[in-house]
Unconditional design. Structure first.
Length: 255
């Protein structure tokens, strides 16, 4: 396959992946399989995909400056725990194969979809009500974010979907703000992971450029769409997309 044709395929894949990633964290449904089809080994496809996802994070963060300005403290708290996990996950990737996570991922994505559906039917507690279990809930939320960070650094496929589901259930912000926090935290964690990858694994940098350009444009457009569509139908669509992705990942991991 010629360089130009490969670049066009990567650009188109990046545009689609960046768009769905900035809305639902499902970039790897598109970009990761494309890299595998182009002949990259799984670990190299994973780290090359992570490098390109930085462009998605840049585009979506720029597009979401309005939402991020309203959640500065929460944004940095979520990012802090994700970054700590990302360091551990990136180091683990240098010493252990990604096949371990490949077999667990379908169940994580399925759980994320179920959390998303459940969040549609749960009763939202009043904002001012004092929760006697608030400390325990906060600790569990931070542990969950840390574990997602480990997963982003180690394998990363569909990590955005899982993080989005956790934040929807644990935060009282609007969907647009939660989505912006998810995009920013994943963006920063991917940057840190890539720094570690650059010294431990092979990144196909020439593929990162066309894939990343497409991801930047798609990542910028995603938050714009979120501002103009009804939230509940969007969450339901994301949930069913998660179920479909879980089935696909289950098939590829076990068959």
């Amino acid at each position: 396959m010629s360089l130009w044709l490969t670049s066009i395929i990567l650009l188109a894949a990046g545009l689609s992946a960046g768009f769905v990633s900035s809305i639902a964290g499902l970039a790897s449904l598109i970009s990761y399989p494309v890299l595998l089809l182009l002949g990259l080994p799984p670990v190299s496809a994973n780290v090359t995909n992570t490098a390109a996802l930085i462009f998605t994070g840049a585009g979506s963060s720029i597009s979401s400056l309005r939402e991020l300005s309203h959640v500065r403290k929460t944004k940095w708290k979520v990012t802090f725990y994700a970054l700590i996990g990302g360091v551990l996950g990136s180091v683990l990737l240098a010493f252990a194969p990604a096949t371990t996570f490949e077999r667990v991922v379908p169940f994580l994505v399925l759980g994320a979809g179920l959390l998303m559906i459940w969040s549609q039917f749960r009763k939202t507690p009043p904002q001012k009500k004092v929760n006697p279990h608030q400390l325990r809930t906060t600790i569990l939320k931070n542990i969950a974010i840390f574990l997602v960070g480990v997963y982003i650094g180690y394998f990363g496929a569909s990590a955005g979907m899982i993080l989005l589901a956790i934040l929807i259930v644990t935060l009282n912000n609007t969907f647009g703000e939660i989505n912006a926090i998810k995009n920013f935290a994943a963006f920063m964690t991917n940057i840190l992971s890539l720094v570690i990858y650059a010294f431990t694994t092979k990144v196909y940098w020439w593929m990162v450029l066309p894939l990343g350009i497409g991801m930047f444009v798609g990542g910028y457009l995603g938050p714009v769409l979120v501002r103009h569509v009804p939230v509940k139908p969007l969450r339901i669509i994301i949930s069913f997309a998660a179920f479909g992705l879980a089935g696909y990942l289950f098939y590829t991991a076990y068959f």
